[in-house]
Design a binder for this molecule. Structure first.
Ligand code: NDP
Ligand code: DXP
Ligand code: MN
Length: 385
């Protein structure tokens, strides 16, 4: 029986993954090695019971008692804390969905790669913070990384059978998020509730706000560079309000191959689950006659300064990705908590990058996980200060 684990099982991507596992036969079709979550203990225990998971882990040690209580009478072991997450990731599995939000997903992802098998990667932060470490861990462990972020799954699918040397450039699309059509002057007054609604995708709150600020797309540009080994000048972003075309690969001979689909993450997750085969998925069929028209436009970097920052991060290399992500996570925490305005997030991240660029080792590639986490901590402190 195929062994699977889901990190971030209580979240939006994790929930879509569980939906696919359930539809494919659940515990009768898969051996569920580990499921993890954060604060949503009720949900974690419920899916662990349903899928007869070997272990359920919450990231929060103070919730271990609640988890044990919620799992009482089941065969699922309960554990808590970052070390327990890493231990669960070290349990051999054939397919691991990395769907924790934030840099917290980095250690479990690296641990899973050391066991071999497939890492289905939704946690874009892993590649932004530590792309070279992720690839090195996969090579050492004999693991395969498959993209789950919709644009990167789209690129991966469009590249199938193609030679990377024939690629001229790659375009990833951006919906434009909640404030796509707002006057720029109004953005300073944008509320957390307004930023937490997405025009097309149902996702967790953090990535939804990152879509509105385009930090999500900025992260995805860096993710594309790290995943596919593209040069920064080969990666373009186009605003595409319909979210039907997810990415397009353009070749040196003038041909372009685009990937289209309804905005439903179960396609990208299911593709990674069934790869290298394809199987029917519970995803709405694409009816272009009903969609009518597909529109595209250049992104305005005055509205979305995060895109310019992504270019600067790629040019700087080294620890810039880890600093960028950590500063962005801290700025997002501060926006959600009402400490800063929506429009203060990008200047805050830019200031942290500028402040930390002069520190020794900033331009050097990440040596190991601990050094990445040191830079992550320092950048959060700088951002909070
Ligand atoms: N949602 C989407 O459609 C897409 C998401 N992604 C990426 O996938 C990842 C997950 O996103 P999404 O599902 O929206 O996020 P959610 O917020 O919906 O879920 C995040 C998951 O991570 C858990 N979690 C939160 N903090 C920690 C922590 N410190 N340590 C361990 N686990 C933690 C949460 O637990 P709990 O809820 O129990 O607290 C939850 O299980 C992100 O990297 C995102 O960028 C990429 C493409 C699309
Ligand atoms: C589903 C997915 O992959 C998200 O990252 C999505 O792309 C977010 O939409 P935006 O295009 O608004 O960032
Ligand atoms: Mn995406």
């Amino acid at each position: 029986m195929r062994r699977i684990s889901i990190f971030g099982a209580t979240g939006s991507v994790g929930g879509s993954g569980i939906d696919l596992i359930r539809r494919a036969g659940g515990a009768d079709a898969y051996e569920v090695v580990a499921l993890t979550g954060g604060r949503n203990i009720r949900r974690l225990a419920q899916v662990a019971r349903e899928l007869r998971a070997g272990i359920a882990v919450t990231a929060h040690p103070d919730l271990l008692g609640d988890l044990r209580e919620a799992l009482r009478g089941s065969d699922t072991e309960a554990a808590a804390g970052p070390a327990a997450l890493a231990e669960a990731a070290s349990r051999p599995a054939d397919w691991v969905l990395s769907a924790i939000v934030g840099a917290a997903g980095l250690r479990p992802g690296l641990q899973a790669l050391a066991q071999g098998g497939v890492l289905a990667l939704a946690n874009k932060e892993s590649l932004v913070c530590a792309g070279p470490l992720i690839h090195a861990a996969a090579a050492r462990g004999g693991a395969r990384i498959l993209p789950v972020d919709s644009e990167h799954s789209a690129i991966f699918q469009a590249l199938a059978g193609e030679d990377l040397d024939s690629v001229k450039d790659v375009t990833i699309t951006a919906s434009g998020g909640a404030f796509r059509d707002w006057p720029v002057e109004r953005l300073a007054a944008a509320t957390v509730a307004e930023a937490s609604t997405h025009p097309n995708w149902a996702m967790g709150q953090r990535i939804t706000i990152d879509s509105a600020s385009m930090f999500n797309k900025a992260m995805e540009v860096i993710e594309a560079k790290e995943f596919f080994g593209l040069r920064p000048d080969q990666i373009r972003v186009l605003v595409h309000p319909e979210s039907i075309v997810h990415a397009m690969v353009s070749h040196v001979d003038g041909g372009s191959i685009a990937h289209l689909g309804a905005p439903d993450m179960r396609h990208a997750i299911g593709y990674a689950l069934n790869w290298p085969d394809r199987a029917p998925l519970p995803v709405p069929a694409l009816d272009l006659a009903r969609v009518g028209s597909l529109t595209f436009r250049e992104p305005d970097e005055r509205r979305w300064p995060a895109l310019r920052l992504a270019r600067e991060v790629m040019a700087a290399g080294g620890m810039a990705g880890a600093v960028f992500n950590a500063a962005k996570e801290q700025a997002l925490d501060d926006f959600i908590a009402g400490r800063i305005r929506f429009t203060q997030m990008a200047p805050r991240v830019e200031a942290v990058l500028a402040a930390m660029a002069g520190r020794a080792g900033f331009g050097a590639p990440p040596a190991d996980l601990d050094s990445v986490l040191d830079w992550d901590r320092a950048a959060r402190q700088e951002a909070a200060a």
